[in-house]
Design a protein around this ligand. Structure first.
Ligand code: ZN
Length: 684
């Protein structure tokens, strides 16, 4: 591992922050924190922390000694000075004299000692930084160090490896007691450059930002070099089926198995979004014959627990053409996982006096032999974090096994970390959005109604895929709402299959489809060219059928119901002159909705439609509106609001109707009109 320190970049950071009135030490503290944070072999997702001891004026203008320490859970890679809240150092240091200190007391004392009252909560490892004397302290969960300390004889190996340069601190849960133990071990050998935290990570320190940082690089490099010595080959591959099923077939089954019914609301499911990974290292790991041992041995560092749980789910290898077997074994494996978690909770909660409330017992990482690994979360972001940490664990455990045998912390220690209130606080307590965990696909998403619907579903917490025949029409719209854009021609069965496979590979499945792609053709029905009529049926009927069929296949594999939504038209019930080529396939689509409602109601799949009228869009262009208004001798505004309520209907109004239908768990076979009132087009 090489130092990434560059003098000119360090100077640029000093200059840049000086303009904002920030001193040299804090500027360099930010600079090296980012250097550490940018290396995934040192730090991932809010793990690790750094600090600076300096002085600054408090709110009364008095200069006081402070500890600027990274805020809890914030990301080191893009840290700013404001992410390092300043806490009065003298007060923190006084705490070292205490024999014990409760979690609530730590939080109250640190908040009461902040220089800026509204600053973020400091890192849970604040006291570790406070009790060490150095101006700069750096802490990471470096992969190479973890591979060495996560061994039964990790302390012995480290004592030899770091003789005189770093001392080893036996495992203690992060917090007050670890901070005290680390400070005592430091005091015994004040010439050391760092501390190795057994089963947890590494701390380095120094008089300057550069010294602390480069000591980190040097000590981690020693661990990396040690891992290259006397390696044995790992892992011996187990027997696998000849042909493994593809991710697009496996993910919905796994996703369904890892979903849970919501007891309070009939028809509601707690679903997960999936993030799939497969690298040669991951495959080597999941295909190993001893996966059940090393893959279930526990976390590589306690900080991962809240994101990955203490163990992953391990499934059987999914054989192509035998997916029913996989579905059965996967649900057995998940049930066993849940039971194991509940037993663990009950046993551990009894040990600590029955004071804890259980977290949900579903897995956050799934290892699938032959295929790879999945991260699971209530959003794509959460799933990605779980997958990143799992991928990191694969590397650490592989290296640990190559030089010895991977060993994690004990079950008691895992529980103390997982149910430590300060650690759980990192996940935040914000209320979940109504479509959290759900995956929505919208066709014709480049158009006004499709784009507005995508936006409304993303705002309601769904992961959204925008499909359009012209991917460029949706790329910007998708980016603006953090969604995915895919090309899909709904008149081409292969294109539809391909697009749904991409959605499943990206998110793990599909829960909601808004089948919205369409186009209008005109012609007097007695004289219309049959080719044109067929072309309209191809898009305005068969397009919906292909999309619904592809979605239902995935929904049935998941086994958690689903929601099919169709953009029908008032033409389906109230034909306009010369609109036969458009209205006829739409009328067939209206019955398609009812057919899906009938055939798949028992599987919990709902099918509903929206009948919208006169919405400014790709079908009803500005030029067309001007022409129709002129033909009727009314203004454009009056043309658009020529309905019972006298109100113009917008794409956003249609989007809200789709959203309501997605949320109405007891409604299927329904048609909602969004047309401002048109009694001739009323359904009954
Ligand atoms: Zn740590």
């Amino acid at each position: 591992m090489k130092s990434a320190w560059v003098d000119s970049e360090a100077q640029a950071a000093i200059d840049r922050y000086a303009r904002a009135g920030i001193g040299r030490d804090l500027a360099l503290r930010v600079y090296t924190t980012r250097l550490l944070g940018c290396d995934p072999k040192l730090v991932l997702h809010g793990g690790g922390n750094t600090s600076l001891k300096t002085s600054m004026a408090d709110l009364f203008g008095d200069e006081v000694a402070v500890l600027c320490v990274k805020g809890s859970g914030s990301d080191m890679a893009n840290v700013e000075p404001a992410d390092l809240p300043a806490v009065r150092l003298d007060r923190l240091r006084k705490l070292r004299a205490r024999a014990a200190l409760g979690d609530e007391d730590i939080v109250r004392i640190q908040r009461a000692s902040l220089i800026a009252p509204a600053a973020p909560n400091p890192s849970v490892e604040i006291l570790l930084h406070a009790f060490l004397p150095h101006p700069f302290v750096d802490h990471t969960h470096a992969n190479a160090v973890l591979s060495i300390v996560d061994q039964p004889d990790g302390e012995v190996i480290c004592s030899e490896l770091y003789d005189g340069r770093a001392s080893v601190v036996p495992y203690v849960r992060p917090g007050f007691l670890l901070a005290k133990a680390a400070a005592e071990i430091y005091d015994a050998k004040p010439a050391i450059e760092g501390l190795i935290l057994h089963k947890h990570g590494i701390v380095t320190f120094g008089g300057s930002a550069r010294e602390a940082y480069e000591r980190m690089i040097a000590l981690v490099t020693l661990a990396e070099e040690r891992l290259q010595k006397n390696r044995k080959a790992v892992f011996v591959t187990t027997h696998l089926p000849q042909a493994i099923a593809p991710v697009a077939a496996v993910a919905p089954i796994l996703r369904g198995a890892c979903s849970a019914k919501v007891d309070e609301i009939e028809g509601a499911w707690r679903r997960m979004v999936l993030d799939f990974r497969a690298t040669p290292a991951i495959l080597n790991f999941v295909n190993g014959g001893e996966l059940a041992r090393y893959g279930q041995a526990g976390v590589v560092t306690p900080d991962h627990t809240i994101r990955t749980k203490n163990w992953p789910l391990v499934t059987a290898a999914p054989e192509r053409d035998r997916l029913d077997d996989f579905k059965r074994t996967a649900s057995v494996a998940v049930a066993a996982f849940v039971e194991r978690y509940q037993d663990y909770f009950a046993r551990q909660n009894a040990r600590v006096g029955g004071i804890k409330r259980p977290l949900d017992p579903l897995p956050r990482v799934a290892l699938v032999p032959g295929l790879g690994l999945f991260g699971l979360g209530r959003s794509k972001k959460e799933a990605g974090i779980a997958a990143d940490l799992a991928q990191c664990a694969v590397e650490i455990i592989t290296d640990a096994e190559a030089i010895g045998r991977f060993q994690s912390i004990s079950e008691d220690e895992m529980f103390d970390m997982e149910y430590w209130p300060l650690e759980q606080a990192k996940l935040g307590a914000a209320a979940e959005k109504p479509l959290a965990g759900q995956i929505a696909v919208i066709t014709g998403a480049g158009g006004a109604i499709g784009a507005a619907t995508a936006k409304a579903f993303a705002a309601a917490g769904a992961e959204v895929a925008l499909l359009d025949i012209d991917r460029r029409a949706t790329a910007d719209k998708a980016e603006a709402i953090g969604a995915t854009a895919l090309a899909c021609d709904v008149t081409d069965a292969a294109s539809v299959r391909e697009a749904f496979a991409r959605v499943v590979e990206a998110f793990g499945g599909v829960d909601i489809v808004v089948s919205n792609a369409g186009a209008a053709w005109q012609g007097r029905i007695g004289e219309v060219d049959e080719e044109l009529l067929r072309k309209s049926f191809e898009l305005n009927f068969y397009g919906h059928q292909r999309v619904a069929q592809a979605a239902v296949k995935i929904m049935l594999a998941q086994g958690t119901g689903g929601c099919l939504l169709f953009n029908v038209s008032k033409q389906a019930v109230n034909p306009g002159p010369n609109f036969g080529p458009y209205g006829l396939p739409k009328a067939a689509t209206l019955f398609l909705v009812r057919q899906y409602a009938v055939d798949y109601g028992a599987a919990g799949i709902r099918a509903n439609a929206v009948n919208a009228d006169r919405v400014r869009s790709g079908l009803l262009t500005d030029a067309f509106i001007a022409e129709r208004a002129k033909a009727r001798g009314v203004s454009e505004k009056d043309y658009l609001s020529g309905n019972l309520l006298g109100r113009e209907v917008t794409a956003e109004d249609v989007a809200q109707a789709f959203l309501h239908q997605a949320l109405e768990l007891k409604t299927t076979g329904d048609v909602t009109t969004v047309d401002g009132g048109n009694i001739a087009a009323a359904l009954r």
